[in-house]
Design a protein around this ligand. Structure first.
Ligand code: DC
Length: 199
């Protein structure tokens, strides 16, 4: 059984939590594609070379979740050679037997336009910054500026910019709890599979 769930959206919209929960609910494998770009960003050196030689252990580094790693990822993600080097791995993961959930920025538009279910998870910049600030602390205004800078870069780049696929279901989580957002995502995917959401 091949079934791909593509979950795209801006930073701190809740994609990660929704993806993990959805993968567990349907028994699918999960790939957080942001980790690939974060690893390339923190490895340093020539980003295209780092992307071509990325190893599984690079994805388990403890420093990948920081704001700095997010910014570094967003910068290297604008380099076409970096994106090109990471395509095959993501496509193979998406079409692996047993089902897969991939979250990122271009999964439904570029990596897997044939995905059986596509979600675009978003929330207002203020809500996203507040959620991220609850995790990382520091100055909330700085976190908002960081989120807005990353949005502008990820949406404005020429190559695979962040935007909803035409056939994506938009999930604005600004006024939702995480449980509500997960339930909505599960309902969308179950409908695509012809199942009842609570079967
Ligand atoms: O999802 P994240 O915050 O971990 O992603 C970090 C950065 O990596 C993000 O700002 C842009 C880039 N990215 C991308 O360009 N394409 C993806 N599929 C995933 C992430």
């Amino acid at each position: 059984m091949i079934f791909t769930v593509a979950i795209d959206g801006p930073a701190a919209a809740g994609k990660g939590t929704i993806s993990r929960e959805v993968a567990a609910r349907f028994g699918f494998a999960h790939l957080d594609t942001g980790l690939l770009y974060r690893a390339v960003g923190v490895l340093g050196g020539d980003p295209a070379q780092a992307a071509r030689t990325l190893r599984p252990e690079d994805l388990t580094r403890a420093d990948l979740r920081s704001l700095e790693a997010g910014q570094a990822a967003s910068r290297v993600a604008a380099i076409p050679e970096v994106r090109a080097a990471l395509v095959d791995f993501q496509r193979r993961f998406a079409r692996r037997p047993g089902g897969a959930v991939l979250d990122g920025r271009d999964i439904g538009t570029v990596i897997c336009p044939e995905a059986e279910a596509k979600l675009y998870v978003t929330a207002s910049p203020q809500v996203r910054a507040h959620r991220r600030w609850c995790e990382v602390g520091g100055d909330e205004a700085n976190v908002l500026a960081e989120v807005q800078e990353r949005d502008a870069r990820d949406m404005g780049r020429a190559n695979a910019p962040l935007r909803p696929a035409q056939d994506a279901v938009i999930l604005d989580t600004s006024a939702m709890t995480i449980d509500e957002a997960v339930a909505r995502a599960v309902a969308v995917i179950a409908a695509r599979r012809g199942e009842h959401p609570y079967a």
